[in-house]
Design a protein around this ligand. Structure first.
Ligand SMILES: *Cc1c(COP(=O)(O)O)cnc(C)c1O
Length: 366
């Protein structure tokens, strides 16, 4: 059994920079419910990183952040356009609908989980009568659940379509740092300068113990959001422990380093398995995820060797890397896949059907 597993980037622990910031915030007592210097400093660190005056709120997890952000943008009779494979649709147990008192999610079937202006327009204009929930918001996941990154140009094109159709643009950035690392661009360029109104920035998958930040670039949309958080059980009384890790991540640069390391491990595994007989990548590797398409017998053998992975998307094996991924363990995984692929080829096993033909199984979050 390998010492480290890559089934989810949430398997990782807390990175030293986040841990040290927690310890620093633990050195004395401080005012509760966000009236403390750590929360103030963390919010300021966001404003510096994004180079703009935005409103920041801290929630315990991504489901709450996404759901409350969408609820803030919608009335109950509104609808939210999202991809069929989006986390809000498949992995949040109906929380967006629950917290918005019934706003409906309108799903677009797209090849790679990315929304396009065309798909948005088709859904937003399909009906305009009183019987259909009025489209109000578009939500995109950056990077997508299968690890594809929207370019700045793609986000700009989407936001232009949103503005034209009177829609707000929300970004689920559970791995926003990983997208910044891939594109090597400023966070501002990938968010408000590209037309994003609200961003949920993931801290957990970036090395924190827990915590996501809801960043309102359109500050008018943040009105009363503090009440919404409190009502939903998302106002931490000892807020400084949700806030301080962000200071550690941003001031040390670990937020980007962690993501670069995670992405690098995915690229490394992808490069090592490319060209092996009978296996392939189900999706282009653009962030910290690798989806391995392989014969069922190979995946079973990999599992027997002790490797853990999810197969909820099209039956392929998902590997996700975090800040703590050990390169030698990534190489060991690659070596095992190579050995099993060679053995499988000798036995004349045929690979599974391509992703498009495979049936997506029920989802597992994270
Ligand atoms: C992990 C993840 C979230 C947040 O999930 P929680 O378990 O609620 O923290 C949100 N969106 C995406 C795309 C994710 O991968």
């Amino acid at each position: 059994m390998a010492a480290q597993q890559f089934a989810s980037d949430n398997y990782a622990g807390i990175c030293p920079e986040a841990w040290d910031a927690m310890a620093a915030a633990n050195s004395a007592s401080a005012p509760a419910y966000g009236d403390d210097e750590w929360t103030q400093r963390a919010a300021d660190a966001f404003r510096r990183l994004f180079d703009t005056r935005c409103e920041i709120f801290f929630a315990f997890n991504g489901t709450a952040a996404n759901s409350l952000a969408l609820a803030a943008l919608c009335q109950s009779y509104h609808s939210v356009i999202c991809s069929a494979s989006s986390h809000v649709e498949t992995d949040e147990c109906g929380a967006p609908e629950f917290f918005s008192n019934g706003s409906k999610l309108l799903v677009a079937q797209t090849a790679d989980g990315k929304l396009t202006p065309e798909a948005i327009r088709a859904l937003a204009t399909s009906r305009s009568d009183i019987h259909f929930p009025k489209p109000r918001v578009v939500t995109i996941t950056q990077p997508t659940e299968t690890g594809q990154v929207y370019t700045i140009g793609e986000i700009r094109a989407i936001s232009a379509t949103c503005r034209e159709l009177g829609l707000k643009l929300h970004m689920d950035g559970a791995r926003f740092a990983h997208a910044c690392a891939t594109l090597q661009c400023a966070p501002a360029d990938l968010s408000w300068r590209a037309g994003v109104d609200v961003l949920c920035f993931g801290g957990t998958k970036n090395g924190m113990a827990a915590g996501e930040a809801i960043v309102f670039f359109d500050t008018a949309l943040a009105t009363d959001f503090d009440y919404r958080c409190k009502q939903a059980g998302q106002l931490a009384s000892k807020m400084r422990f949700l806030a301080a890790p962000w200071i550690g991540l941003f001031e040390s640069g670990a937020w980007l380093r962690n993501a670069e390391h995670a992405n690098g491990c995915a690229t490394r595994l992808a490069a090592a398995i490319e060209g092996l007989p009978g296996v392939s990548l189900a999706f282009p590797v653009q962030a910290n995820a690798v989806f391995l398409q392989a014969p069922e017998s190979l995946l079973e053998a990999l599992s027997t060797r002790g490797w853990r992975f999810y197969t909820f998307i099209g039956g392929c094996a998902r590997f996700m890397f975090a800040w703590d991924a050990r390169v030698d363990t990534v190489d060991l995984l690659a070596q095992h896949i190579a050995e099993l692929a060679a053995r499988s080829e000798k036995r004349g096993n045929r690979p599974l059907p391509a992703f498009a033909e495979a049936r997506a199984e029920s989802g597992v979050p994270g």
